[in-house]
Structure formats: structure tokens, C-alpha cells
Design a binder for this molecule. Sequence first.
Ligand code: SAM
Length: 342
Amino acid sequence: MMSDAIEYLMDMWPLSTGTEDHLTSHHLLLRDSVRNEAFQEAIRRIVKPGDLVLDVGAGTGILSAFAIQAGAQHVYLVESEDTLSCARQIFERAGWLERATFIRGMADRVTFQGGKVDAILIELIGNFGIDENILDVIPTIRKKALKKGGKIIPSRLRLFVVPIMEESLERELGVYRSVRHGIDFSPLAPLADNNVYLLNFRNARLLAEPQRLAEFDFLTCEGDTIESRVNFSIKQRGRMIGFVGWFEIDLCEGISLSNLPNVNRTHWDQIIFPIGETQAVEKGDRVSFRFRYRTTAGEEEWAWSGTIQTRAGNRRFDLCNGDRFLLPKVRTRHTIELRIAN
Ligand SMILES: C[S@@+](CC[C@H](N)C(=O)[O-])C[C@H]1O[C@@H](n2cnc3c(N)ncnc32)[C@H](O)[C@@H]1O
């Protein structure tokens, strides 16, 4: 079957190091034609002939190439990894080297002199929108490099969450609450719960109406923190395993991309915020979700908490991906004295 062959190919990652290794993660982006065509069309509409364009996290240079196609006079590609050499090869083959400057480094640490650009392209969009540190990078780079009246693609980001039921995920997370091979693995449950997970949902049951958790306008946003709370009314009976989160970005007026669960057509997965033990819920039950996010110097902190109000009583959950739940690093040397039986 055709779909099996594609799945199989996706498992064949090259065993390589260096540039090819980084190229592996860009393979997912390059084959995502929904994403690529949306960016190409948005860039065609926004970038004007003669424009100067800055590409933040340029990767293989695909967005800069779209800007050149749209008539940009010059593109500045900033990329922290080796992939920049792939971008250079693509530009060389296309005969565009004179219209491009390649800068290897962290975009927020680059100094700009002389002038500013007409447009910034920035696809630091993670599976939950914010998880490639875009909130930290955007305000710095916008102030340093964007002309007054300049454009950013994408221009807006919205985050959504909803309580969810999904049996395969319940089974997976259930490993940490089970006795297997005569061994109780439940001491690991707090470690498993205090984590976010990625999954591409195909048949998940959304147990309530999705709620917008946060929204950012990249031309004006300042903060690198989120503190938000949303409420849900359960609309059908189910076994709630947590919340699923996704994003929507506006690339320009009329062109948006989203990784909405069950209908996702892009390479992005959805993110799962567990609640610990599965919770049986009924129509009319009330659920709240509070989300706190902070990013400083590339370090992210995520915390989610809330209440589930059912007829049987109320339950609270309070989880995070903080250090306190990471496995301790063992650095000391030990001597083991064996007890030798007589
Ligand atoms: C999701 S990829 C997008 C690549 C390319 N723009 C595209 O659309 O295919 C993000 C890229 O940004 C780079 N990156 C992440 N943070 C960066 C930063 N602060 N400065 C420069 N590059 C960064 C990563 O190495 C990665 O190649």
C-alpha cells in the first residue's frame, strides 16, 4: 500500500554526523508542502521588489529563496547550525550568491549596522508554537533590525487547548502506573506526568470546546512569559487523560497554518499536557486549565495546573517540566563491597 511505503521511508533516517545530521530534521520541513506553499504565497504577497529581508533561523534557506523569487534585493540568512552551508549550496546553484549574506550564529546576538530590513521571516514555530523560543527572540530582533512599517512573517500566533480522551495514549502513560513482570513501576509516575509529550492525533475525542489560551502579535509583543487560565464545560462522557495543545499562525492577511488535532495536514505534532491518573468525566462537568510559561536565555519553564469538578467530587492537578523532576545526574565514584557468602 502506498501509505505504508511512505511511513517506512520516514523511519529510514541516515546514520550520519555533521551537516547531514542537521539536514535530517530539515527533511521534515522540506517535504511539508502545505507549510511551504503557504509561506511561499505569503512571502510573494508581502515582500516587494527591492526589499531587504532578514531570515531568522534560515535552515536550508527555503524562505530566503522564496523572498528572492518575490523580488527581494538582498536576503540576510542567520542560522545557528551547519545547515547554513546547505543554504549556500542552494543559492550558489540558483545563481543568487550576490543577493545573499550568510551569517552563522544566534540571531539575537547579531549586531546590525547601517540600516534596517523591510521584512523578517522567522519560522521558529514549535509543535505548541512557542517551544522553539520564538517569544524570546522576536522582540530583540524586531527592535534591532526591522524598519518602521516593516513586516514579520508570520505576523500572529494563537495557542489553543482542550481536554482530551485517547486510548493509545492512556495505555502508553498507564505503563507508569502498572505492575508488569511482577514489578510495580508506579514510583515513576510523577516523573512521567511532569512532562509534555508529542503525538499526531488522528482520532482523539475532544471532550469540550477548544479555548484560546494566548495570542501574540509579533509586531508588538514584548513578553517572554505566559500566564493564562481557561475554563471548559465537558460536552460528552469520556476518560480524560489530559489536554491537547496546538497553534495557529497567520502568515499574512488571509493565509494561516495550524496543527489542529485530527485534521492536521502539516509535519507539526500536537503537544499533550498530562493530568496524572485518568479521570472519568461526564457531560456538564467543569474543568479549568492554568498555564504558566517563561523563557530566559533559551531555558524554558512550563507549568500547568487546574481543577476537574465532577459529581463525585473535585480533583486538582499541578504539574510542570521543572528540574525537580529530572533524574539526578550521578558524578561521584563509588566502591562496592560485595558480601561474599561463607
Ligand atoms: C524550524 S527550522 C526552520 C528552518 C527554515 N527557516 C525553514 O523554514 O525551513 C528553525 C531553524 O532555526 C535555527 N535557529 C533556532 N534558533 C535560532 C536562533 N536564535 N538564531 C539562529 N538560528 C536559530 C535552527 O537551527 C533551525 O535550523
